[in-house]
Design a protein. Structure first.
Length: 252
């Protein structure tokens, strides 16, 4: 419960967090791929899902559900990392600290998606309370990692091959988009991950079009990436559902 309450507080992306200050690893103006601060509102639906899942799994008819054996621990680990994210943001942790948190979030998120693919939720309700928050958690981890890494490279004036900031920012967005699309092309599309990524990419686009460092190229690339993620995940969901309905008709 303490982790849940802490993560709710972390959803307020106000200036109270040193991590969002000009010298902070999550500063919206810290790099060309940094999203607007409102991206961290992602924590709100995640925490709401975790809270409801805690109630759901303790209902008498669900206490013996074997799926909770795995997913209860996964969600507990996600809550602990959410607390770690909050502590790093409040403490204004060095970029390395936020990188570690983001990498841990991404690794746990990918493992969680693998478990979701291996053991799909038997009911719609269970899927909403387990699969949806974990998909969003992966998106939050990816953008924590990419934002803090880009901040570190920007502050060190890194420019491999002399390609320039716009080119490397576009490469970073392409990498993130391809990675998310690969995950979204498994199972039924993982729409929660896709929608969370669309929100984050939209926040990148907003920041690049409206605030320094301004870049219409990167803003347009982020908007295009958001559209591609949404179309890919939606297409996968449609494909899987179509195959299921066709198989059901064959069995009738």
């Amino acid at each position: 419960m303490a982790c849940t309450v802490s993560a709710i507080v972390s959803a307020d992306a106000g200036n109270r967090f040193p991590a969002l200050d000009p010298e902070g690893a999550l500063n919206p103006a810290g790099s060309l791929v940094a999203p607007a601060a409102m991206v961290w509102w992602l924590w709100l639906p995640m925490v709401a899902g975790w809270f409801l899942y805690a109630v759901y799994q303790w209902l008498p008819r669900h206490r013996t559900n074997p799926r909770h054996t795995w997913f209860g621990w996964l969600i507990l680990a996600a809550e602990i990392l959410a607390l770690g994210w909050l502590l790093a943001a409040v403490a204004g942790a060095a970029t390395g600290g936020m990188l570690i948190v983001g990498a841990a979030q991404t690794a746990l998120g990918l493992f969680s998606i693998a478990r979701i693919n291996a053991r799909p939720a038997p009911t719609w309700t269970e899927g909403i309370l387990t699969d949806v928050p974990l998909g969003m958690f992966l998106a939050a981890g990816v953008f924590t990692l990419s934002t803090s890494l880009a901040f570190l490279l920007t502050r060190s004036d890194a420019d491999l091959a002399g390609w320039g900031g716009n080119t490397w920012a576009s490469v970073a967005l392409i990498t993130v988009t391809v990675g998310i699309n690969i995950v979204c092309m498994t199972d039924r599309g993982h729409l929660s991950l896709a929608l969370a990524a669309v929100w984050a990419l939209g926040c990148v686009a907003v920041e690049r079009f409206s605030a320094a460092p301004e870049s219409s190229v990167v803003g347009a690339a982020a908007a295009a990436a958001a559209f591609l993620v949404l179309v890919s995940a939606g297409s996968r969901r449609h494909q899987v559902d179509h195959e299921r309905r066709r198989n059901e008709r064959r069995l009738q």
